[in-house]
Design a protein around this ligand. Structure first.
Ligand SMILES: [Cu+2]
Length: 316
């Protein structure tokens, strides 16, 4: 065997090894959700609401996978429910009449999709009337981390939080009113009005936290049925906005970014390192802010070391 063919073989072995390593990295991630028509609290004092949910909470659980992973998904609609429900993952490229079709009470649906594109994506129920299924609470986020991991252009954040905004209509059965925005009484952040805002709500006990100078990445989803969101960190500036959460769609030094209905993204904020500060992350649309879309981010030296880390990015 001559030298040339030996090196060809070596290259072949290397390439095969590399492909095998890549394939080994892609995982199959099993996700099961149960549609639950149940009562939840939509504010910090415990006002009850007849919600429709994934797994009993607004929003549903965070799903997080890596680009290239297979999501192996099952939706269970228990026979105790009255309504058909469905799932629509914005991260999936499938068949709206197949994978996303409604599931009757007592039935379930199982399908797989490859999370081919990195980003931050809404998921929601798409059963009819969709406006009502979303407004009543059937939404959440799927984060598809880029396969390259963190880079200079997409730095590793010190903390991460999920914020999902929705519209609250107390007259939950009146979907016709919802469609023209009548009866819109509240803006929910992760399922509650003023959820993380002890400044405006004495019953609020939770805030977001970081240490001065840390990079905080907020994964935001606009789960409103009608209203765009003017996403702004009061007393701060978005250091980077990754549109749709994709590291290639980056904007720098943004005061406010307009988030369309159903859009999601990643928003980085870095507080001054030399002093404790606070930000109020708001929908600068005043009609939404004053209905509850205000979130306090405290940047303080004694920030809880566990806050905004690990898998628990939705503060409940
Ligand atoms: Cu539904």
């Amino acid at each position: 065997m001559n030298k040339l063919s030996t090196s060809f073989m070596a290259a072949g072995v290397l390439a095969t090894g590399f492909l095998a390593a890549q394939a080994a990295q892609a995982a199959t991630v099993k996700v099961t959700m149960v549609a639950k028509e149940t009562t939840v609290s939509i504010d910090n004092k415990g006002t009850e609401y007849a919600a429709w949910t994934f797994d009993g909470a607004i929003p549903g659980k965070m799903v997080r996978v890596k680009e290239g992973d297979i999501v192996d998904f099952e939706l269970i609609n228990p026979k105790t429910n009255k309504e058909s429900h469905s799932i629509d993952f914005h991260a999936a490229e499938v068949d709206v009449l197949g994978e996303f079709a409604p599931v009757k009470p007592g039935e379930s649906k199982h399908f797989k999709f490859e999370a081919k594109r990195p980003g931050v994506w809404m998921y929601h129920c798409g059963a009819s009337v969709m406006a009502q299924h979303i407004a009543r609470g059937m939404y959440g986020v799927i984060i598809v981390d880029p396969k390259e991991g963190y880079t200079q252009d997409f730095p590793k954040p010190d903390r991460e939080y999920v914020l999902i905004q929705g519209q609250y209509f107390p007259d939950a059965d009146n979907y016709k009113a919802m469609l023209v925005n009548e009866g819109w009484a509240g803006s929910l952040i992760n399922g509650k009005m003023f959820h993380y805002d002890p400044v405006h709500d004495p019953n609020a006990s939770l805030v977001l936290q970081s240490k001065p100078g840390e990079r905080v990445r907020v994964y935001f989803v606009n789960a409103n049925i009608n209203m765009p969101v003017a996403f702004h960190p009061i007393a701060g500036i978005w250091d980077r906005v990754y549109i749709n959460g994709n590291p290639e769609n980056v904007l720098y030094d943004m005061a406010t970014y307009g988030v369309s209905v159903s859009e999601a993204g990643a928003f980085d904020i870095v507080s001054p390192a030399d002093r404790p500060t606070n930000n109020a992350i708001v929908d600068h649309t005043m009609s939404a802010a004053l209905r509850g879309a205000i979130t306090v981010l405290m940047n303080k030296p004694d920030a809880d070391p566990k806050a905004g880390k690990g898998d628990n990015l939705i503060v409940r």
